[in-house]
Structures are given as structure tokens and as C-alpha cells.
Design a protein around this ligand. Structure first.
Ligand code: ADQ
Length: 464
């Protein structure tokens, strides 16, 4: 049986931590356990020396990780991945800072990683590459003559041509993506955007419903909406709240609104704070009776745009609390911290409203986790941005436009007042989808497809 080799920018630290690991990490680990194989990625370390790969074995899985040089970290990770692709793919061209040498560094790191991986890979291993740091990875493997089946899953949106055209190396990126045998996207809009972009730069022949030929290569392009693990989330959520939090919950005696995000400009946090302010202004009956918890741990803190958003949020939180707080009541709690997953799921269960309003998001797992954490007999209400991939599936959420603060405030009012029977029926409809399209379904359909998509003869011939 062929082994599975997973390549992602970072390797999840899994040893003995299954409870605190996110669903995606668990899903990938379970795939690796099923097939046996290897997880290859960056270990988070910077070193100017050419250190050997760090390897360790856990049952039938090898973890192999590498360090990066400072210049590689800067060009590949900070600059091209996180200051060009991430903002552009989230429709924020204003935040893109493109420099040709960063793109070159990004491609060189992909080539170096492919070179380090190659000796560890058997000819019939299947490679599953994750996310935007590794768009050129298959092309780098093919250059080395590797003929393995290679699949790619993009966790973030793929932008339409108005945006993608602004990226100077757009043609090269698209051509390199065609070296994958299978490309998976979160949503149909992403899949269509990829095909549209490809058709604008080269001749594309449709070979099948979802198989295309371009640049003399053929690639299958499908949609695999990522899911969560509803049973394990429910188990975590059902446990007792830690005493301090239980005490706080009892003392609050009102309804709670919860948001949990990485601190990222794509998540629409300032717009969300302003919508909450509009709720307090336009619906004064809620003053003193609700609290909004925003949990947002710092991420990518060495990128300027992330420092800016952190500063902006601290200012906004202070302003809103300064305006509306009373001696007995503070409306907004902004917590810049990471929480244990098991605690987070319990917090979700004890909050009446889940407010998830990214400006753009590939999927947004928090939306699904919030719903899966709820008490089926007394569920909370999910308010969800139309611009999250999750909105394609969770159509029974209160769907909102995150740029429309009056609309989000009205949805908040509706959620806070929603009768039990409506909450239950919306919850059931969402749980049907979450259960059907769970993380197991996601990983199995992707990997089954990768094993079956027609092998790329032109690539194999080129390599031999
Ligand atoms: P992210 O942008 O990181 O993921 P999301 O899908 O919401 O966004 O996943 C975040 C994960 O981190 C969730 O599992 C959440 O519970 C956890 N998390 C967030 N804040 C936390 C905190 N304070 N403490 C502990 N855990 C926290 C990218 C894409 C998404 C896509 C995912 C998966 O941007 O669109 O859904 O990958 O494909």
C-alpha cells in the first residue's frame, strides 16, 4: 500500500496533545495513521547553518522538519506568503507589498524543500500539500523528476481575476499550480476563480467535468469544504466549566455574545466592534443585559499590518467601553489570548450568540465549532458573514454582510430575542450539514480522489 506524505508550512505538535489540537491537525494525523507515512514541514526554528532534518517517529508516522535561514523566513514566509499572497487572496490589495526578490526567495525555498523531501519519498507515495506557502511545490518536485501523485488543498479563498491580475508573477503561479494532479478548494467560487484566471493567461481545454488541460498538463480541480469533528467537540463542550468561569457566568445574569478569531485583518474585527456599538446605540434595551467577548490571540506579530490591527482594536475596545460602561456593567471584553481547545468549546456552549463576521474567509472553522458545541435542547444562534466559505453550507445561520454595521446590529438583536423553537430548527439544519461534511469526510474524499484521478502522463514522461 502506498504511504501518505503530508507537506505543510508548519507541523502540528501532536505528541500527547490530541485534546488541545485543532480538528485540522487531528484530521491530518488520522489520515497519516490510516496509511502510514510522513509529515514534513518547518519546525519554527531559524538557523544560518544547514542543519540536518529533525526527525522523530510516532508509531507508523515519521515527523521530518527543517529550519529556515533568516533570509528565507523573511522572503518566503513573512514577505511573499504573508504580505503578498495572504492579503491578495483575501481581497486586500492595499496591504500587498510585492518585491521580485521575495517571490524569487519563495520559489527557492519551495525548491530547497522539495530537494530535502525527495530522498525520503518512495515512487508510489502519495503527496498531499497544504496551503498558500507551497503553491510551487509540485512544480519543484517535477523538476527533480518526481512522478508521484501530488494533491494540493488551498485553505484560503482564490481571488477573481480583478485581484489576481495585480500579482506580477500570476502566470508563473498558475502554470506551477498545473503541476498538481488534484487541486482542492474550499468553495465553488474559488474553483471557478482559478479556472477563470487560468483561461485568461493560457489556452485551457476542458477534458471532463472538473479536469482541465493547460500548458500541456492536466489537472483535476474540485471543491472539498473542510469540516470539524462534531462528536469530539460535543464531548469537550459538555464538560463542566472551570469553577472561576462558572462563577463568572452565574454572576453575569445576561446573554453572552462570543467571537473567536486569530487577530487578522481578514476577520473583520474593527467592523464587528462597530456593529456591536450600533447595537448598543440603536437597541438600548440590551444595555446592561448583554456582554460581548472577543477572544483574539496575536498572530503573525512580526508583520506590520498585524501590529496595526492590534493597536486599532485596543483603541476601539477602550472607546466603546468608555462610552457605554457603567459602574456595574462593562459591555465588551477583549481578550488577546490563546485558550485550550477544550475550554473554548465549553465557552461556546455557554454563549447565546456566536458572532463570526470575517470580511473574507476560506471556510471559518469557528462557525462550525460554535454550532457543534451547542446544547441541542437550548442552542445558541450563529451570525455568519456571507463572505466566509462556511456560509455556503450553514445557510440556516443568520447570514450578514460584515460591512453593514446596521445589518449586523439588527441580526444581533434578532439573535438575542430569537424564540427557542426557531433556534432549535436552525441548529438542527446546520448540524445535519456539519455531521455529513465532517473532517473525516473531507480528508477521505480528497485522498480517495487523489488516488483515482487520471495520472498525468505528460508529467511522468517529462520526468522519465
Ligand atoms: P484560520 O484563518 O486560522 O484558518 P479558522 O478556520 O477559524 O481560521 O480556524 C481557526 C482555528 O483556531 C479554529 O479551530 C479555532 O478554534 C482555533 N482558534 C482560534 N482562536 C483561538 C484561541 N484564542 N484559542 C484557541 N484556539 C483558537 C485557515 C483559513 C480558514 C479555514 C482554515 C481551515 O483562513 O478559512 O477554515 O484554515 O481550512
Amino acid at each position: 500500500m502506498s504511504r501518505l506524505v503530508v507537506v505543510s508550512n508548519r507541523i502540528a505538535a501532536m505528541e500527547g496533545k490530541k485534546e488541545s489540537a485543532g480538528g485540522l491537525a487531528v484530521g491530518i494525523m488520522d489520515s497519516l495513521k490510516d496509511a502510514g507515512g510522513m509529515w514534513f514541514g518547518w519546525n519554527g526554528k531559524i538557523s544560518e547553518e544547514d542543519l540536518p532534518l529533525e526527525k522523530h517517529q510516532q508509531d507508523n508516522i515519521t515527523f521530518a522538519s527543517f529550519s529556515l535561514k533568516q533570509s528565507e523566513y523573511d522572503q518566503y514566509y513573512l514577505n511573499f506568503s504573508n504580505t503578498v499572497i495572504w492579503p491578495a487572496f483575501h481581497y486586500r490589495l492595499d496591504l500587498v507589498q510585492y518585491q521580485r526578490e521575495d517571490y524569487d526567495g519563495y520559489c527557492q525555498v519551495n525548491e530547497r524543500l522539495a530537494g530535502r523531501l525527495q530522498p525520503l519519498v518512495e515512487p508510489d507515495d502519495i503527496l498531499w500539500i497544504h496551503d498558500y506557502h507551497l503553491l510551487p511545490f509540485a512544480a519543484a518536485c517535477r523538476k527533480l523528476g518526481m512522478t508521484n501523485r501530488i494533491g494540493f488543498f488551498l485553505h484560503i479563498p482564490f481571488p477573481t481575476s480583478e485581484i489576481f491580475n495585480a500579482l506580477p508573477p500570476r502566470k508563473e503561479l498558475l502554470e506551477m499550480l498545473c503541476e498538481y494532479d488534484l487541486i482542492g478548494f474550499q468553495a465553488e467560487t474559488d474553483r471557478l476563480a482559478f479556472i477563470e484566471n487560468l483561461s485568461l493567461v493560457t489556452d485551457v481545454e476542458q477534458l471532463d467535468d472538473d479536469r482541465f488541460s493547460a500548458y500541456g498538463k492536466s489537472v483535476t480541480v474540485r471543491v472539498y469544504p473542510i469540516g470539524v469533528e462534531p462528536d469530539s467537540i460535543r464531548e469537550l463542550a459538555e464538560g463542566a466549566l472551570p469553577p472561576k468561569l462558572a462563577h463568572l457566568r452565574d454572576k453575569l445574569n445576561g446573554k453572552l455574545i462570543i467571537s473567536v478569531d486569530r487577530l487578522d485583518y481578514s476577520k473583520g474585527l474593527p467592523e464587528r466592534f462597530q456593529a456591536f456599538e450600533t447595537l448598543l446605540e440603536n437597541y438600548p434595551q440590551h444595555r446592561g443585559n448583554i456582554r460581548y467577548f472577543q477572544i483574539a490571540p496575536t498572530s503573525r506579530g512580526d508583520v506590520q499590518a498585524y501590529q496595526d490591527i492590534r493597536h486599532e482594536l485596543e483603541t476601539e475596545a477602550g472607546r466603546i467601553n468608555g462610552h457605554f460602561s457603567t459602574l456595574e456593567w462593562t459591555p465588551l471584553f477583549y481578550l488577546n489570548q490563546h485558550y485550550e481547545r477544550s475550554l473554548l468549546m465549553k465557552i461556546f456552549r455557554h454563549c447565546e450568540v456566536g458572532l463570526v463576521t470575517p470580511l473574507r474567509d476560506g471556510m471559518n472553522l469557528v462557525a462550525k465549532e460554535y454550532v457543534a458545541s451547542q446544547d441541542p435542547a437550548n442552542p445558541g444562534v450563529l451570525i455568519l458573514s456571507r463572505f466566509a466559505g462556511a456560509a455556503n453550507e450553514l445557510t440556516s445561520a443568520l447570514l450578514v454582510n460584515p460591512y453593514d454595521r446596521d445589518g449586523v446590529a439588527a441580526a444581533l438583536d434578532k439573535a438575542l430575542c430569537m424564540p427557542l423553537d426557531e433556534r432549535i430548527s436552525r441548529y438542527k439544519e446546520m448540524m445535519d450539514v456539519i455531521t455529513k461534511n465532517d473532517i473525516v469526510h473531507w480528508r477521505q474524499t480528497f485522498l480517495n480522489d487523489l488516488k483515482e484521478v487520471p495520472i498525468q502522463e505528460s508529467k511522468a514522461a517529462k520526468a522519465s
